[in-house]
Ligand binder design. Structure first.
Ligand code: M6R
Length: 359
């Protein structure tokens, strides 16, 4: 039940620190070493390339997964929309492994790709929140997201669980095949800090609601911009906001705006800027100035080390590769309040169902 929460979406957003702590207990031992069945790690280690297929929010978690698998396991990883791959099968490496990401485990687009994989004898692994779902049963192996039932149509805690589990798998695989980054990746500490960080964001929800009321509610459109790992995050943040508030929102790789889309910026257009990547933080500041010069109302979300005095939201410092686990909570809360304060049905946005079982 919703308990004291007005909507499931807020309840599920607030459950995320607990989900991270549970995943840490469930999949890591006391020394922070991943506890994943040998059969699954051997299957991953036998692949020369990983292919992640998913839809919507799960696809966005896949984009972060690519960064994690390439950094901590050194295995080239591709991410595709299941709906496209089903009919335009990508060119395969010699020893591919397919990873399906799906909260429900029932998404029709992903099931089509899995059927094709089975026909071609390609091994597969499903990460899902519903362990007895079709995608879990039909894949070679499956792992549970352990996020607990997700009721709101907008996916929140399943996204964080997917990224956390991808990080665990990336470390486990990297260690198996001798990647140095994997050994140095202190997941136990990183998860603890991410859970605390998410908690801190949740405790600042009044401020996020005020920003949403001031900048998002009056607007018909908005942008999220980011670079590095903040780019896939911008895509997810934008999907969340448009899905529940009906404010047309696009997520952009920050520097791409000036290649065309900047013409849409007018006086007062909200642009939410994510600044977690130390390599491109200065460039982000430049991109922010570009949109301010065209009249945008900018909201900045920055990691502590990269923050400047007048940033709107400052996030506690955590491992760069896990920053999506914290920044996404800000984005989810922006979406939640933009929808709720417009008087919309947050949990059941128009035209949508929780799981999309048609192609
Ligand atoms: O159950 P799945 O993870 O396979 O669902 C995929 C998408 O339909 C889903 O993430 C959808 O985009 C959400 N409503 C987004 O909040």
């Amino acid at each position: 039940s919703k308990g004291t929460y007005e909507f499931y979406m807020l309840k599920e957003i607030c459950e995320q620190p607990g989900v991270l702590r549970h995943l840490e207990q469930f999949y890591l031992d006391q020394n922070g070493e991943p506890q994943i069945k040998a059969k699954i790690i051997d299957m991953l280690a036998a692949a020369d390339r990983l292919y992640i297929f998913a839809a919507g929010t799960s696809y966005h978690a896949g984009l972060v997964g690519k960064v994690l698998f390439e950094k901590f396991a050194g295995v080239p990883t591709e991410v595709g929309f299941a709906s496209e791959a089903g009919y335009h099968f990508p060119m395969m490496s010699k020893h591919p492994l397919f990873i399906f990401l799906s909260q429900s485990g029932e998404t029709a687009d992903s099931r089509v790709v899995l059927q094709e994989a089975i026909k071609r004898n390609i091994p597969s692994l499903t990460l899902t929140n519903v362990p007895n779902s079709t995608l879990a049963r039909e894949a070679t192996a499956s792992l549970s997201l352990e996020a607990g039932p997700e009721i709101a149509v907008a996916s929140t805690k399943a996204y964080t669980a997917q990224i956390a589990l991808e990080a665990i798998l990336a470390k486990a695989l990297g260690e198996k095949i001798g990647n140095e980054n994997a050994r140095a990746f202190d997941l136990k500490t990183a998860f603890a800090l991410a859970a605390e960080g998410a908690e801190q964001v949740i405790s600042s929800k009044e401020k996020i609601e005020q920003l949403a009321q001031k900048f998002l509610l009056p607007s018909r459109n908005a942008f999220y911009i980011g670079r590095g790992i903040d780019y896939p995050l911008a895509l997810e943040a934008a999907l969340k906001l448009k899905e529940v508030s009906y404010i047309q929102t696009e997520g952009f790789a920050a520097a791409e705006l000036k290649h065309g889309t900047i013409s849409l910026i007018e006086k007062g257009t909200p642009v939410i800027a994510l600044i977690n990547d130390p390599l491109t933080a200065d460039l982000m500041r430049g991109n922010i100035q570009e949109v301010i010069a065209r009249g945008a109302s900018v909201i900045t979300i920055a990691s502590k080390k990269l923050a400047v005095d007048d940033d709107d939201i400052v996030l506690p410092e955590i491992n760069y590769y896990l920053t999506p686990l914290v920044s996404v909570v800000v984005a989810q809360l922006f979406a939640y309040y933009a929808s709720k304060d417009k008087g919309l049905d947050v949990d059941k946005p128009r035209n949508l169902a929780k799981s999309v079982t048609v192609e």
